[in-house]
Design a protein around this ligand. Structure first.
Ligand code: GLY
Length: 563
């Protein structure tokens, strides 16, 4: 093991935990595993595989369970992406990202003077995109599922009839009480108690009805009939713009994943409308030209190389990436070896580059809350799934559908409301990510699967908005370059740079005072006060003996379960 700061977070628990003198390992299982943000959801997914279900079945069951027990990000009112690699090595991606309603328009968040109206794209009914999660689960199951769809939703229905809160759940519901009050025309179930505590039971009878309808009718149980009407009633009560037609027209789309090599690894990640795969590929191909293995973990040189590659890749993200069904994305040009080599030529170890000078790099081509959740699954046959799903911020728009018990996303904020004006994550965008009817907003979600020697090696992903891509990057490097166990790799402190704002965001105790001083002397600006947590990575590593190791991020309630 190379020299690095030991994980700064004390690991609180695992369902099972094995420790060796050198490496702190997560749960190790023989054949199958789910790692998700909530222990109940992981157990649901593992139980489905124990009953003969495959990874897709476990995904559906885990997804709906998270929609109940992790309402801050698990969802039926949001969307996401799946990357799937089957046991023979074939891979495919599914896009169930939200999209703009039919009557959305480019300047819908601007006032008469052309200025962005604060908060309109990020909270309340106007921030809601057409949800994609239910269509995603139905579509994935139709193509690859083994057990009956209905059976996969049963555990979520049971949980919605009553489950016990963790301390973190209780704290979050208490913290968001006022925002629920401000954005709803009725008392949500989360306001039914003044002070939630660990172990309190929460029941969501309205969500039970919706889940039963989806279990019986599939897509029609959500996008048509009574559920769709409740959703549109909520829209109309707040003068929102989504219609029954918007819901009826929603479709999940199969996509070709982004694939690339990094040293001895082959990476399979999400393609547009997520920026995740392309941005990760740009960064990894830029850093591949440096002898990272000779730089210690989070040493000055390692941080500089990562930050400077991130700066350049995020500048390209802002300029070129958007929904591929609406804009032409120069994927090949962005990932060309020569281009990426040239892109790093302006970097010197002597001095930080400047984001104002960097800008987007391609010359001759046409321009065309932070809270999310991720789960990783491997089944007993070796099929692997990486899913990242979101409402965007915690509890999305904060608007719950009356009579339906679920929150609606605030994903419209992931569009660029006006070129150059930052969104919730401080990300800026351009025409490629401007709003248009039925367009999908650009995402940073990076569900990723890694192969080594043509075999499954790692399944990885995380929430964290714009920091998702760099958290996935660091987790892969922590294992492949710094020889950490999966659990150490997800627990290790993280840092992030995204071109603009031109700062290195760092978890509070990640960097020593001496390291910060050295970086500042080179001209880097450091912010280690603003991001108590960067990402909550949930990953699975295939060990040399074929067993599976969980990396369940100890920053949250994240847990591995399996057999
Ligand atoms: N809503 C966060 C993302 O998709 O990147």
């Amino acid at each position: 093991m190379k020299k690095y700061f030991l994980p700064f977070i004390v690991l609180t628990f695992f369902i099972q935990c094995k420790t060796t003198p050198q490496h702190k390992q997560g749960l190790v299982t023989d054949k199958a595993m789910v790692v998700s943000a909530n222990p109940l959801a992981s157990q649901v997914g593992a139980a489905i595989m124990k009953q003969g279900g495959n990874a897709i079945d476990a995904m559906v069951a885990t997804h709906f369970a998270l929609a109940v027990v992790y309402p801050q990000a698990g969802n039926i009112g949001g969307g996401g992406f799946m990357v799937y690699r089957d046991s023979t090595g074939k891979s495919i991606a599914l896009d169930f990202r939200e999209k703009a309603p039919l009557s959305a328009s480019r300047d819908m968040y601007l006032d008469s003077l052309g200025n962005v109206i604060a908060g309109k794209s990020s909270v309340g009914i106007f921030s809601v995109g057409v949800p994609g999660s239910v269509a995603g689960m139905v579509e994935a199951h139709k193509k690859y599922g083994k057990l009956p769809f209905k059976k996969l939703i049963e555990p979520a229905i049971t949980l919605a009839k009553g489950y016990k809160l963790t301390q973190k759940d209780a704290n979050l519901f208490n913290e968001f009480r006022v925002r629920f009050e401000d954005n709803n025309r009725f008392k949500t179930i989360y306001q039914s108690k003044l002070n939630w505590k660990k172990g309190d039971e929460i029941k969501n009878p309205n969500l039970v009805k919706i889940l039963e309808r989806i279990a019986e009718q599939g897509n029609a149980g959500f996008y048509e009939g009574e559920t769709a009407q409740l959703l549109v009633d909520e829209m109309q009560a707040h003068e929102g713009i989504m219609t029954l037609e918007d819901l009826k027209q929603y479709k999940a789309i199969w996509r070709k994943p982004i694939t690339f090599d990094y040293k001895d690894l082959h990476i399979i990640s999400m393609s547009p409308p997520s920026s995740g795969g392309i941005t990760l590929a740009e960064i990894m191909k830029m850093i591949a030209n440096y002898p990272l293995e000779t730089y210690d973990f989070q040493s000055l040189k390692q941080i500089q190389v990562l930050v400077e590659a991130e700066r350049r890749a995020y500048a390209d993200r802002a300029e070129y990436l958007g929904d591929p069904d609406f804009v032409k994305i120069p994927v090949e040009a962005l990932l060309a070896q020569e281009y990426l080599k040239k892109r790093m030529q302006s970097f010197s170890f002597d001095k930080a580059s400047s984001s104002t000078e960097i800008g987007a790099g391609l010359e001759k081509l046409p321009h065309e809350s932070m809270e999310t959740t991720h789960y990783s699954i491997v089944d007993a046959s070796g099929n692997a799934i990486s899913v990242t799903t979101t409402l965007n911020s915690y509890f999305g728009s904060k608007v719950m559908v009356k009579g339906a018990g679920f929150f609606l996303n605030n994903e419209m904020d992931d569009f660029s409301a006006k070129p150059g004006v930052p969104n919730l994550y401080g990300l800026v965008g351009n025409e490629a990510n401007s709003i248009a009817p039925e367009k999908r907003m650009l995402s940073s979600m990076t569900p990723t699967i890694v192969e080594k020697n043509d075999k499954l090696f790692m399944v990885v992903g995380t929430p964290g908005g714009s920091t998702i891509i760099t958290s996935v990057l660091q987790t892969i490097l922590n294992v492949s370059t710094y020889e950490m166990s999966m659990q150490e790799a997800v627990d290790a402190p993280r840092f992030h740079h995204q071109w603009l704002p031109d700062i290195i965001k760092v978890e509070p105790q990640a960097f020593s005072d001496d390291l910060i001083k050295k970086l500042e002397e080179k001209g880097y600006k450091i912010d280690n006060t603003n991001a108590p947590v960067i990402g909550k990575v949930d990953a699975i590593l295939v060990l040399p003996n074929g067993k599976l190791e969980a990396g369940a991020d100890s920053r949250g309630d994240d847990t591995g379960a399996g057999f």
